[in-house]
Design a protein around this ligand. Structure first.
Ligand code: ADP
Ligand code: MG
Length: 697
């Protein structure tokens, strides 16, 4: 075989036939280079062997054991399909059973009297502690091998041992890969070279070599990600001509309009927003703040600054009712200072025509509305600031369409307005930089004073009667209640939904239970106008109990609502539960959130515990991330952003921050990455970001 190179097809590696090549292909491995980049899932440290007597449940360990006996009996639970092989293994300290399912051929390997190194964790299986499918290797072979052995992600049909051998064969290809990270990054972070890293990530001599290799590869991945994301942003900025220039004002110029002083966090975030607005390039900032943290006041400060600098501002909210609420609050705040108008889809034609005329003439300083604002006939005279509230509710294109209405009407040469997006969906810091990689982020991490914590309780369905008794007493006291169910209507036919509460059945139940009271129903199958009417009636206090699916509006303020009951709470994710809880506790009265669930799954219990113990949205988001994993949370992959193979955003937050700083520095010095020292890196980033057009932010 000729010398192996990164381009060598895996079929040229001995032992890889067409069948195995197809299996490798399914893992995304077609070449020796791909093998190098298929990093181990974990490692076995064979230097630290233990004994059978010292094995602990659920703790992976390696030990040498001799096969005492082998038996196979058809498993009654597998309907004759599988015949598990039971291998009794012993050493001086005891014996343990290893089980291999559906692996009859292993008879030939495990003959009584042979010794193997086993690696695995004891698991309780039908009451008995066993090693289920432990990794193993003949004891004599191991000592000639490596001290730290890689464990790869496999597909059925591939064996760990074969994978290891193929990786070993591919290793020399690593020497042919030229370093592509810029020298200033290599030096700054004291990174080991790419060839060395690719060898040591698979077969390290010791722990130190492994951790250096890991650091280099994690850093590289995050640096590439950050650089790619930042370049998307630079690309967008240069699409436009100049930018809106804002006057130098401070938060206190505006603060005097407010009926309350800013919290420390609001003041800090205002400072960050104002600095962006006065800087040379357009603001692209995300303000994250838990529900009730006071994001609107910060947005209002930015509006004030933009208008005082001679520009118009626009605020887009996801629903009519939220837009209406913002209009009510902000037109009162700015009364006599600036002219505010509301745009909704329900406006009469003549009214809309007039409002549009005032907007394009510049008579209106500040427009508030729903996506009705992105209609092509909505034109500004000089739009300098675009704010989206609850941005996660908008599609990518809606936000871009609004931002394109920059000064000059959005034509060529128009200047880019400052963009501020607000969200109450707390996104863990570790992830926000991927989801919003090209946005700067501010966090309002402090609540206005005097806010009472929402008392949260988790109860079993047997307590439902008490729960609604409590709801009744809260209503008697003049409060209002939300009741949320996972389904719209009962559906016993489906296995997935059998036994779950539905909004319709709860509505019937509560209407009967509270005869003199006004109970209303809200769900996603209702027409928008109907939903708006129901929500408006609840907001005005015209409804006592609102039974709904999760459609209840984010961001809507009903200070008089004091109870949130969530039925089948196990069906909702942590972040969702926290959002729902945020609907109450917005007034002065003590508020309550009751999670009704009979589930005793570990997951459901962990969520209930988290909810009752913490009200910190960011802590909850981190927990959600840890429980569900990042991919599921945000569908980052949908955007074509390269997958992370080794970096873990939940764990490598600090490295991620360093990588972001390094990427910024690199691009500040060489925006197109064309300097000789950076060119290889630039090409590398380009090749990985080939498929990414715009992640939409
Ligand atoms: P959110 O961040 O969820 O959008 P809002 O902006 O709606 O929160 O604010 C929630 C409530 O807190 C509003 O009634 C608002 O007037 C009030 N608020 C905001 N900032 C302060 C403050 N610094 N002191 C007192 N109350 C405040
Ligand atoms: Mg809000």
């Amino acid at each position: 075989m000729p010398e192996i190179s990164p381009e060598t097809d895996v079929r040229f590696i001995s032992g890889v036939g067409p069948k195995k090549a197809a299996l490798l292909g399914a893992l995304g491995i077609a070449t020796a280079g791909d093998l190098l980049r298929a990093y181990p899932r974990t490692y076995e440290d064979r230097r630290n062997r233990t004994t059978i007597g010292a094995l602990k449940e659920n703790e992976p360990a390696a030990f040498v054991g001799k096969v005492l006996s082998v038996s196979s009996k058809p498993a009654y639970y597998a309907k004759g399909k599988m015949t598990p092989l039971h291998v009794l293994v012993g050493d001086d300290t005891g014996a343990v059973e290893a089980v291999f399912f559906n692996a009859k051929y292993m008879h030939r390997i495990f003959t009584a009297g042979r010794s193997f190194v086993f690696f695995g964790a004891l698991q309780r299986n039908r009451g008995q502690l066993q090693l289920v499918h432990p990794d193993f290797e003949a004891a004599d072979a191991v000592d000639a091998g490596h001290p730290i052995v890689p464990v790869y992600a496999l597909k059925s049909g591939l064996a760990q041992k074969d994978m290891r051998r193929w990786h070993e064969v591919a290793l020399p290809a690593a020497d042919q890969i030229e370093e592509y990270l810029p020298p200033r990054v290599m030096d700054g972070e004291k990174l080991c070279g790419v060839s060395e890293a690719l060898v040591n990530i698979h077969f390290p001599e010791d722990k130190n070599a492994l951790s250096q290799a890991k650091y280099r590869l994690v850093f590289e991945e995050l640096l590439i990600l950050q650089t790619g994301l930042l370049r998307l942003r630079i690309g967008r900025e240069s699409e436009h001509g100049g930018r809106a220039k804002m006057a130098e004002t401070t938060a206190s110029d505006f603060e005097s309009l407010l009926p309350f002083p800013f919290t420390g966090a609001q003041k800090r975030v205002c400072g960050e927003v104002f600095a962006d607005m006065a800087s040379g390039s357009p603001m692209n900032r995300l303000v994250q703040g838990d529900v009730g943290s006071g994001k609107t006041a910060v947005a209002a400060a930015a509006v004030y600054k933009a208008v005082k600098s001679g520009y118009q501002a626009v605020l887009m909210a996801p629903t009519e009712i939220l837009a209406g609420q913002h209009f009510g609050d902000l037109s009162a705040l700015f009364d006599g200072k600036l002219s505010v108008s509301l745009f909704t889809s329900g406006m009469a034609a003549a009214e809309r025509r007039e409002a549009l005329a005032r907007l394009s003439s510049g008579e209106t300083d500040f427009a508030i509305g729903t996506h009705a604002l992105i209609q092509p006939d909505v034109k500004f005279r000089d739009l300098g600031l675009v704010i989206t509230d609850e941005q996660h509710r908008f599609g990518v294109n809606q936000r871009i369409a609004l931002a394109r209405k920059g000064a000059g009407g959005g034509g060529a040469g128009a200047s880019s307005p400052d963009v501020l997006v607000m969200t109450a969906t707390p996104i863990p810091r570790s992830l926000s930089f991927v989801v919003y990689g090209d946005l700067d982020i501010s966090v309002i991490d402090e609540m206005p004073p005097g806010r009472r914590k929402v008392v949260t309780k988790a109860v079993g369905a047997a307590k439902r009667d008490d729960v609604y008794g409590f709801v009744g007493r809260e209503i008697e006291k003049g409060g209002q209640a939300y009741v949320v169910a996972p389904l719209i209507e009962d559906n016993e036919d489906s296995e997935v939904t059998a036994g779950l509460r539905s909004a319709e059945s709860l509505y019937d139940e509560l209407t009967a239970r509270f005869p003199g009271r006004r109970v209303a129903l809200l769900h996603g199958r209702m027409k928008q106008a109907e939903k708006d009417a129901v929500m408006a009636s609840f907001a005005d206090g015209g409804t006592d109990v609102l039974v709904s699916t999760v459609v209840i509006e984010v961001g809507v303020n009903v200070p008089n609502a004091t109870v949130m009951v969530i039925e089948n709470a196990e069906r909702f994710g942590l972040a969702q539960l926290h959002q729902l809880r945020g609907r109450v506790g917005r007034g002065g009265a003590q508020s309550y959130c009751v999670l009704v669930t009979d589930s005793d799954s570990e997951d459901a219990r962990a969520r209930a515990k988290t909810m009752t113990e913490t009200d910190d949205g960011f802590a909850i988001a981190e927990m959600d991330l840890a429980m569900r994993g990042p991919g599921e949370l945000f569908g980052v992959r949908q955007h074509g952003v390269p997958a992370l193979r080794i970096a873990d955003l939940a764990r490598h937050i600090r490295i991620a921050e360093k990588a972001k700083a390094a990427a910024k520095e690199l691009l500040a010095d060489d925006p197109m990455l064309v300097k000789p020292a950076n060119r290889a890196f630039g090409d590398h980033v380009d090749s990985l970001f080939r498929d990414v057009t715009d992640i939409g932010l």
